[in-house]
Design a protein around this ligand. Sequence first.
Ligand code: ADP
Ligand code: MG
Ligand code: MG
Length: 251
Amino acid sequence: KLLLEVKDLSAVITESKQSILKGVNLTMFEGEVHVVMGKNGSGKSTFAKVLVGHPDYEITGGSIIYKGQDLLEMAPEERALAGLFMSFQSPVEIPGVSNIDFLNMAYNARRRKLGLPELGPIEFYGYVAPKLELVNMKIDFLNRNVNEGFSGGEKKRNEILQLAVLGADLSILDEIDSGLDVDALRDVAKAVNGLQTPKNSVLMITHYLRLLEFIKPTYIHIMENGRIVKTGDISIAEILEREGYKSISGT
Ligand code: ADP
Ligand code: MG
Ligand code: MG
C-alpha cells in the first residue's frame, strides 16, 4: 500500500528565501526501508524536516501525499497524529527523571492527543518491556536517568525506542549512525531493523555507507543539490563505495 508520495517538492529557507530543495521525487510503500544518502549540504536534513513540518522551511512547489492525505495541508501535530515521526535526541540529561518515566510521559502525551486514556506506570511497563527487546536494550536501561551516563550508542538506541513507543508508522532517522563505533553501530542497526514491520516503514538519512552493512534497504536514493538524482538497490552503495558520489552525479 502506498505510504508516501513526494512529487517535485521544492522548499526555501523561510527567513532568507534561499532555495534548498529543488524538485524532490520519492515514493514509499508500507513496510519499506528507504535510505537517503548524499554529500554534506545536499539537502537531506532539510528534506526530513520538511516532512515533519519544520517552520524553518517554506514549501514553494510540489506535493506530498501521506496515507492518501495532503501532508502539506496538515499541521505538524496532525502529522504526528497520523504516525509520522522524526527521531529527536533528548537534549539534556534529566537528573532524577528515569528513562521509563520520560518515555511514559511522552507516550501519555500522545495518548491524550489521540483521545485515549493515559497508561499508569505498571501498564506502561507492560507496553514498553517487549519493545526493549526490539531495540536490543536491557530492562535496567529503563531505570537509569535520562541520558545520564548514556554512551553514544545508548542515546541513539533511546531515540529509536522513542519512535517504537510512540508507534510511528513512518520513522524518519537523520544520521542515527554518526559518531558510533562499529559495535554501537551494529546495535543501532539492529534497533532500526526492529522498527520495520509490514506496516511500519523507515526513512533513514545518512552520509555514511557503513550502516548498510547491517541494514538492508528496499531502496537507496542519492540526493544532490536539493534533488534525488538516483534511486536504486544496494548496488548503488557498492558503486559509491568504489567511486564516491561523483560517479553517480546527476549533473
Ligand atoms: P545535509 O543534511 O544534506 O547535510 P542540509 O539539509 O542540512 O544538508 O542543508 C542543505 C543546505 O542548506 C546547506 O548548505 C545548509 O547550510 C543550508 N541550510 C539548511 N537549513 C538552513 C537554515 N535553517 N539556515 C541556513 N542555511 C540552511
Ligand atoms: Mg549536514
Ligand atoms: Mg544533515
